[in-house]
Ligand binder design. Structure first.
Ligand SMILES: CC(C)(COP(=O)(O)OP(=O)(O)OC[C@H]1O[C@@H](n2cnc3c(N)ncnc32)[C@H](O)[C@@H]1OP(=O)(O)O)[C@@H](O)C(=O)NCCC(=O)NCCS
Length: 170
């Protein structure tokens, strides 16, 4: 097995949109309702790459996950803080891709002067068919601390979901 991390490009949009679409359509992990098209996904990648790292994880030549950073807020004083997102193909979870992606993302963010990394994690006290505690457990395993718990802030599949903010000094 050959697993590696590289920079994403707009040419990866179709595959990344495919990985993300599963989570949009079937889970409350993302608070989007409609999966973005490959074209729209390409625009998003291009926008992120203007200022932040966007990385993909390949296993034996196939993209199995991606992670990127974005601004937490556009206000100047937040310039040393970023928010992270990570999605791993559902068939390749728990193979270490998320760990590799976050390690590389943190390294890149550190080198551009980012000090705080945040992650917004959809949450429900009781796991249900649309939302597990995988992301919460993953962020704890990556050394993040829970910093905020916003209750009933998103509605999807007719149910109100919470959002946990995790924070890590990188
Ligand atoms: C959360 C997610 C990114 C984790 O990626 P992954 O590649 O499966 O994670 P890893 O294999 O690197 O796991 C690292 C550690 O995180 C923890 N972890 C990951 N998934 C877990 C799970 N389902 N249950 C409990 N702990 C888990 C474990 O400590 C794990 O280490 P271990 O396998 O040695 O026990 C992946 O499950 C995913 O894409 N989920 C859907 C999208 C999502 O929730 N993204 C985050 C929101 S921005």
């Amino acid at each position: 097995m050959n697993i590696s991390i590289r920079d994403a490009s707009v040419a990866d949009a179709k595959r990344l949109a495919e990985i993300y679409a599963y989570y949009v359509e079937n889970t409350a992990v993302s608070f989007e309702y409609v999966p973005p098209s490959a074209e729209e996904f390409g625009h998003r990648i291009k926008g992120i790459l203007e200022k932040y790292p966007y990385l993909v994880c390949e296993r034996d030549g196939e993209i199995i996950g991606y992670a990127y950073a974005s601004a937490y807020s556009a206000r100047e004083a937040y310039c040393r803080t970023a928010a992270a997102s990570v999605y791993v193909d559902r068939a390749h979870r728990r193979e270490g891709a998320g760990t590799l992606l976050y390690a590389a993302l943190e390294e890149r963010l550190r080198s551009q002067g980012i000090v705080n990394l945040l992650a917004g994690v959809a949450y429900s006290v009781e796991e249900d068919e649309h939302l597990s505690h995988d992301s919460k457990n993953f962020h704890l395993a990556m050394g993040f601390e829970q910093a905020a718990h916003l209750k009933g802030i998103g509605i999807k599949f007719g149910k109100w979901y919470d959002l946990l903010w995790f924070q890590k000094r990188i």
